[in-house]
Write a protein that binds this ligand. Sequence first.
Ligand code: GRF
Length: 200
Amino acid sequence: MRVGVLASGDGSNLQAILDRVHGREGVEVVAVGSDKPEARALERARAAGVDARAFPVEGGDRRARDLAIADWLADAGVDLVVLAGYMQLLDPGFLARFPQRVINVHPALLPAFPGIGSVEQAVAYGVKVFGVTVHFVDEGVDTGPIIAQRAIDVPDGIDGAGLRLALRPLEHELLPAVVELIARGRVAVDPGNPRHVRVA
Ligand code: GRF
C-alpha cells in the first residue's frame, strides 16, 4: 500500500508512521506534502528518503493547490492519504479523487471538540476524560466516520500544553496502527451504515 502524508508542522506523527510502519506490512510512504515550505515534516521525509514537496497557495487559489496535490499523489500511485497535522481543509475535488482513502488524526474524542484549538477548549470546559481520534475525512471539519479512538484521564490542574504533550504518545501509537490495519484490509465502512467503520 502506497501512502501519501500531508503535514503542516513538526511532523512527529509522520515520524511515527516512518518509524513504525514504513517499509513493513507492504506499507511504503512515497510522498509527503505540505502547505508550508518551512514545515519540519518535509525535512523528516527527505531524511527518510521520501519524496517531499511544498504546495503553498498561489494567487489565493486553494482549489488549484488542492488539485495539484491530488495530481502529485495520484502520479505517485498513492492508495491512502494520511493527514498528520495538516491544517488545511481539503477541496471536495481532492476528496473525490481518493474516496474513503483519506484519514486524519485529531486531538479530541470526536464528535466533541472538532476543529482547531480542541485541546485548549477541552481544558477550559473541564473535561475529565480526553483523547485522540483517527477518522475518515469527509467534506466537514472532523466529521467523517470514526475508525479508532484512545482516551486518557485528564489530571486536575493540567493546562493545554500539558494535555497536548500527554496526547502525543496516543497519537503516535494510534495513527500508525490504523495505517497498518488499513494495509491489512482490516478496516471497512459498513455499506449498510456508512457512519460505522468495522475494524476486524
Ligand atoms: C497533532 O496533535 C495532530 O493531532 C494535530 O496537529 C498536531 C500535529 O503534530 N492535528 P505533528 O506535526 O504531527 O507533530
